[in-house]
Design a protein around this ligand. Structure first.
Ligand SMILES: *[C@@H]1O[C@H](CO)[C@@H](O)[C@H](O)[C@H]1NC(C)=O
Ligand SMILES: *[C@@H]1O[C@H](CO)[C@@H](O)[C@H](O)[C@H]1NC(C)=O
Length: 684
C-alpha cells in the first residue's frame, strides 16, 4: 500500500516535471497557441472534430482534438459510424455504478478509436427546472448525490482509454432559455451544497478538463467569473486540470479570471491580447492543459496504436450495440404494473393465436436521443414494431409476423375508431409515446406528443402497456387508464431490444426515477423571477433554494404523479431493519417475491434544525441484486461530508452537530409510513 502510494506520488511528480519541461521549452507564441482553439472542423483538412488545438511537432506534442458529446461520438460527416448510447439521464435512471462505468468505458474507446483525445462530457448539471431542454444530457437527475455517486465511474473508465473527459457545463447552466444572456443568481452555500457535488466528484476522480458555460453567475459571465473559476473550482474544490469555454462562451481575454482556453476559436485569447499578460499566469494555464493529457497517457500513444486511430473509422460494433442495450434495459423504469401484466412470458409469444396491437408513431419512427450537440446518428436503429414482429416470428430482425400489428393513422397517431376495434381484438396493447428536446431551447410543456388517444383506446384493451420515451419529466394524464408504464428516457440505438428484454422479463427492471414526474405543468410553481427570468429574462433568481424536485414536494406536502427514486421490479422487496452505529447505518432487506431482482435502498437525511436545511436529502444509495426469498445487508457509511453544510465564513464543509433523523426507503415517496424505516442519528 505504502509502496503504491509512493510510486503514484513519484509518477505525479514526474508528470508535473514533464509539463514544466515542455512549457520551459516553448516560445511565448507557442504557449499562447494552447490558450485558444483553431476553429471547428479544421483538422484533419476535410475531417471534423468540433474543437482543435494544433500539436507541436518540435516537442512531440500531438494535436488536442475535442469532440461531442456526452452520449457518444457525434460524427455528422460520417453518420452511423459510432454508437448512439443512452443519454446521461438514463445513467442517472440506472442508479447503478456498474452501468455508469460500462457507459464510460465504451464511449472512451470510441473517442480513442476516432482519434480524439477529449470527450466533451459527461454533463453533470443538477436538473432544476423540469422543462430544461438539456435535462436528458445530465447524469445527476435532480439530485447532487445521485450524480456524485455515479460520475467517478464514468471518469475513470473513459479516461483509462487515454482520453480526457470533460465535466460540463460549469456552472448553473440550468436552463436553455436565454442561455446566452441570463444570469443565474444564487448564493454560495446553495452552489456548494446543491449544484457543485457532481462536479466535485468528477474532480476527485481525476477529470482532466472542465467546460465553463454560456450563462452568467451572479451577473458575471461564467467563463470570466473569478468567484466560480478561481475561488471555487481551482481554489476550494482543488481542480488541477484546465477550463475551456463552451463554444463561443468567451467574452474577453479571461486568463486572469480563471479561463485557460477559449473554444472553438481564439478571438479573445489571442497572441495580441495575451502577450503582455503575466508570464506566470500564461505558464500556469499551459501546464494545466498539458498535465492531464500526460497523466492519462494521451501524449505517449505508440505509433502502432496511433496507426489504427482515425476520424474515418467506423468504431461502432455489435459489442457496443449490446452494451447500449444492457445500459438501456437497466435504465427502464417500471412505474406501474397493475395485475402483473408484465412480464409477458415466452409461451405468450409462441402462442399461435396471440395478437399484439401497437399504437403511436414511436412504434416505427422511434426517438432515441435528444437534439443538439449531444445528438448521435445511430448506425442501426431497430424499431419497436419490427423488433416485436421478429420476436413473434421467432426469427431474425426483419422477420415479419401478423401477430403484431400497428393501428392508427401513421401521420397523426389518430383514427380512434380503428384503434378501439384493434384494441378489443388484441391480447395486449402497446402504446409507444414520446417527445423530444434539445440544446438551445427549453420544452414548451411537459406533455408527450400525440398521446390523446391513450386514454380513449386503453380502456378497450385486455392488457395495456405504455412505453414512454422522454428527455425529462413527462405528464401522463392517462396513467390511471393504463395497466403498465415503462419510461426509458432517451434510450439510445438499442432501445427497442432493451424494451423487449424488459417486457419479456429477460431483464428484471431496476431503473428508478432520477427526477420527479409531476401531475401538472409547473407543479412546483416556479415564478417568473425563478424561471425563465425577469428584466428581459436577464436575471433568474434561485429563491426556491433547496426546494426543487422531490424536496419541493416534501416541503409543500404536494403530491407528484411519481416520486424521485420510484420504480418497480417484477419481484418485491421489504426493508427488514435499519441499525445505526455512529455514522454507519446497516440496512436489512429481503426479496419477498419469486424472481431474482435488484433493489435500490436509499438513505435520506434531515440535518439538525439549527443547520437551516429542513429537507430530506438523499445521502446514500446502492443497487443490490438479491435472489428470490433471500435477505441481504447494505452498509452505508456516512462520511463527515455527508453530515456537513458549507460554512461561508471559513470556506469549508463543517459537520452539523446535533440531532438528525434519517429514513431508509425505496424512494422519496414517504406517504406510507410502513414503506420506510426512520432512525435518529446523533451527529457529534
Ligand atoms: C459501421 O459498422 C456497423 C457494424 O459494426 C454497421 O452496422 C454500420 O452500417 C457501419 N456504418 C457505416 C456507415 O457503414
Ligand atoms: C439584473 O439584476 C442586476 C442586479 O440586481 C441589475 O443590476 C440589473 O439591472 C438586472 N438586469 C436588468 C436587465 O434589469
Amino acid at each position: 500500500m505504502k509502496l503504491l502510494l509512493a510510486s503514484a506520488l513519484l509518477a505525479a511528480v514526474a508528470q508535473a516535471d514533464r509539463a514544466d519541461d515542455l512549457v520551459n521549452r516553448m516560445t511565448l507564441e507557442e504557449k499562447i497557441s494552447y490558450l485558444g482553439g483553431r476553429g471547428m472542423g479544421t483538422y484533419p483538412d476535410d475531417g471534423w472534430y468540433v474543437g482543435t488545438v494544433y500539436g507541436l511537432d518540435r516537442l512531440d506534442i500531438p494535436a488536442l482534438l475535442y469532440n461531442d458529446g456526452p452520449q457518444g461520438f457525434r460524427d455528422d460527416a460520417r453518420p452511423g459510424t459510432t454508437t448512439a448510447f443512452p443519454s446521461g439521464l438514463n445513467i442517472a435512471a440506472t442508479w447503478d455504478t456498474e452501468m455508469a462505468g460500462l457507459w464510460g468505458d465504451k464511449m472512451g474507446k470510441e473517442f480513442f478509436d476516432k482519434g480524439a483525445n477529449v470527450m466533451l462530457g459527461p454533463g453533470l448539471n443538477v436538473a432544476r427546472v423540469p422543462v430544461n431542454g438539456r435535462n436528458f444530457e445530465y447524469m445527476s437527475g435532480e439530485d447532487p448525490v445521485l450524480g456524485a455517486t455515479l460520475v467517478p465511474h464514468v471518469i475513470e473508465k473513459s479516461q483509462a482509454h487515454k482520453i480526457l473527459a470533460n465535466a460540463k457545463h460549469w456552472v448553473n447552466n440550468n436552463q436553455e432559455t436565454n442561455r446566452n444572456s441570463v444570469s443565474s443568481n444564487l448564493d454560495e452555500r446553495l452552489r456548494y451544497e446543491m449544484y457543485y457535488p457532481p462536479f466535485q466528484a468528477a474532480i476527485d476522480a481525476g477529470v482532466g478538463s472542465f467546460m465553463c458555460s454560456y450563462n452568467k453567475i451572479n451577473h458575471v459571465w461564467s467563463c470570466e467569473n473569478p468567484e466560480t473559476l478561481l475561488t471555487d473550482l481551482k481554489g476550494n474544490m482543488g481542480f488541477e486540470g484546465y477550463v475551456m469555454s463552451d463554444w463561443g462562451a468567451t467574452h474577453s481575454p479571461s486568463l486572469m479570471e480563471g479561463l485557460d482556453q477559449e473554444m472553438a476559436d481564439s478571438d479573445f485569447m489571442s497572441y495580441d491580447n495575451l502577450k503582455d499578460m503575466p508570464i506566470e499566469n500564461i505558464d500556469a494555464s499551459v501546464k494545466r492543459i498539458l498535465k492531464p493529457f500526460i497523466t492519462v497517457g494521451a501524449f505517449d500513444i505508440t505509433d502502432e496504436e496511433n496507426a489504427d486511430r482515425s476520424i474515418y473509422n467506423n468504431v461502432t460494433s455489435d459489442e457496443h450495440f449490446q452494451a447500449a442495450r444492457t445500459i438501456a434495459a437497466n435504465s427502464h423504469v417500471l412505474l406501474k404494473n397493475d395485475n402483473d401484466v408484465l412480464p409477458l412470458t415466452a409461451d405468450f409469444w409462441t402462442n399461435a393465436d396471440m395478437n399484439v396491437a401497437m399504437f403511436g408513431t414511436q412504434a416505427f419512427d422511434n426517438a432515441i436521443g435528444g437534439q443538439g450537440s449531444g445528438r448521435v446518428d445511430a448506425a442501426w436503429k431497430p424499431t419497436p414494431l419490427d423488433t416485436f414482429k421478429a420476436r413473434a416470428a421467432g426469427g431474425e430482425y426483419g422477420s415479419d409476423s401478423d401477430k403484431v400489428s400497428y393501428y392508427g393513422d401513421p401521420e397523426s397517431d389518430d383514427d380512434i375508431a380503428e384503434m378501439k376495434t384493434a384494441a378489443e381484438a388484441a391480447d395486449v396493447c402497446f402504446f409507444w409515446i414520446s417527445t423530444m428536446s434539445g440544446e438551445g431551447g427549453d420544452r414548451g410543456s411537459l406533455s408527450l406528443d400525440n398521446d390523446a388517444h391513450v386514454a380513449q383506446v386503453a380502456e378497450h384493451c385486455k392488457k395495456s402497456v405504455a412505453v414512454v420515451t422522454t428527455p425529462g419529466a413527462a405528464l401522463m394524464p392517462w396513467s390511471d387508464s393504463i395497466d403498465a408504464i415503462l419510461v426509458n428516457f432517451m434510450p439510445g440505438c438499442a432501445s427497442a431490444f432493451a424494451t423487449m428484454d424488459v417486457v419479456l422479463g429477460d431483464v428484471n427492471p431496476s431503473g428508478k426515477l432520477p427526477i420527479t414526474f409531476p401531475n401538472v405543468e409547473n407543479q412546483e410553481g416556479f415564478t417568473e423571477i425563478q424561471y425563465p427570468g425577469i428584466d428581459d429574462a436577464e436575471n433568474v433568481t434561485y429563491t426556491e433554494g433547496w426546494s426543487f424536485g422531490y424536496r419541493f414536494y416534501h416541503y409543500h406536502q404536494a403530491q407528484p404523479n411519481y416520486y424521485f427514486g420510484e420504480g418497480l421490479s417484477y419481484t418485491t422487496f421489504d426493508l427488514t431493519k435499519a441499525t445505526v452505529d455512529g455514522q454507519s447505518v446497516k440496512v436489512g432487506l429481503k426479496n419477498t417475491g419469486s424472481l431474482v431482482g435488484s433493489a435500490v435502498p436509499q438513505l435520506y437525511l434531515q440535518l439538525p434544525e439549527e443547520c437551516d436545511e429542513p429537507l430530506w436529502m438523499l445521502k446514500k444509495f446502492e443497487k443490490i441484486s438479491i435472489e428470490a426469498g433471500e435477505e441481504a445487508t447494505v452498509e452505508f457509511d456516512l462520511t463527515d461530508r455527508d453530515l456537513s453544510i458549507w460554512n461561508v465564513d471559513d470556506d469549508v464543509f463543517e459537520k452539523c452537530v446535533g440531532d438528525a433523523t434519517l429514513r431508509v426507503a425505496f424512494s422519496a415517496n414517504f406517504n406510507d409510513e410502513d414503506s420506510y424505516i426512520e432512525k435518529d442519528l446523533t451527529i457529534a
